[in-house]
Design a binder for this molecule. Sequence first.
Ligand code: GLN
Length: 448
Amino acid sequence: AVLDAIEAGENLNAFISVRERDAVLAEARAVDEARQNGAELGALAGVPVAVKDNLCVKGGQTTAASRMLAEFEAPYSATVVERLQDAGAILVGKTNLDEFAMGSSNENSFFGPALNPHDPERVPGGSSGGSAVAVAANQCVAALGSDTGGSIRQPASHCGVVGVKPTYGRVSRYGLIAFASSLDQVGPLTRSVDDAARLLEVICGFDPRDATSARRDVPKFTDAVGRGVEGLKLGVPKEYFASEVGVDDEVGALVRAAIDDLEAQGAELVEVSLPHTEYAVATYYLIATAEASSNLARYDGARYGFRAEGEDLVEMYENSRSEGFGDEVKRRIMLGTYVLSAGYYDQYYGKAQQVRTLIRQDFDDAFDKVDAIVAPTAPTPAFALGDKSENPLQMYLEDIFTISCNLAGLPGMSVPCGATAAGLPVGLQVLAPAFDEETMLAIGAVVE
Ligand code: GLN
């Protein structure tokens, strides 16, 4: 059925590559046979999944939606991909994204944008747009995305699916093509909170191959689903509802109604303040670009993927990077190189690191008073293709509610909480203290 849905919804451009039908069906039949023979099956046996195309899958094409890697074949699989496969999941394909996961609309893909299934003239959000579309359009049961500043939660919100960014360190980044290493985290996009919990049980856990991986036991996340919100204190950050941030009226009303419903279900609402919110976008775009400029230095035409001609080595580097990267990636490399350069480092990068600490302290203070925070995921519903692509600053403001979570290393999720009059889905965001995904999932399950 998912292979048929992929074919029928080809225009949505959710996938960069789809596996051979016969190979997928053979795996499905093998699971059926094993089941009939009474063999012990993995937690995700036979479940068709897709992964964002910045996750390495051995032997297959792994492009990061860049011309630079359009022909690149990964020599190994990401830890999360191995864990899915070990649990019996069947990979159906690799999903579309903004080039190197840089973007909020999927319009920065070398392979063209994915389209929102609720209105194909609109973006699905980004950068994990293809994963959100594939789940929303039944082209897989679950997908993996990556979230550096909102790239799982924002497209989940725009496409009406559940998206979870786990605590930094909870999920291995080994085999995830690096964008901003201190912010990147892999997580699931699914049609229900229970499905997300099942995926998390498989992909979370210590990995010696990722130096930032946390040595933490993996809870039985599915037990948290259905726990309810009775007695929980939920923080409503006043800065996220302030008129200056420009939350769309319908989005504000739907999110407010979902929060009131949580109160009706037994939660206590507490107004909290995250006073450094106004600096979050600036801080993020200094740190993320700095790390990106360093991570992307490896694409020189000699070691990976695309290579252009040149008279000498330096010209070959220049031509390969000029032709191999798209505009947004180049913009970020230039910004990042600038903020890291001698003479500017303290003023920009050093300063941003200090503000990052203040943002984390804001959350520590809030979590002294409340169990979790509830807020909008994005300030607007899905916008029209082309609407913001000419204005990078306007595009960066899409991330206003999602990036603080990455800067602070916290878990965050988006859960559908209704739709606008035009039928566009809206997500409620839940943020929790580090390593308390269970409380977050319990709240999300009440909202969906
Ligand atoms: N939209 C943000 C950016 O462009 C976040 C992307 C992400 O989370 N990968 O950087």
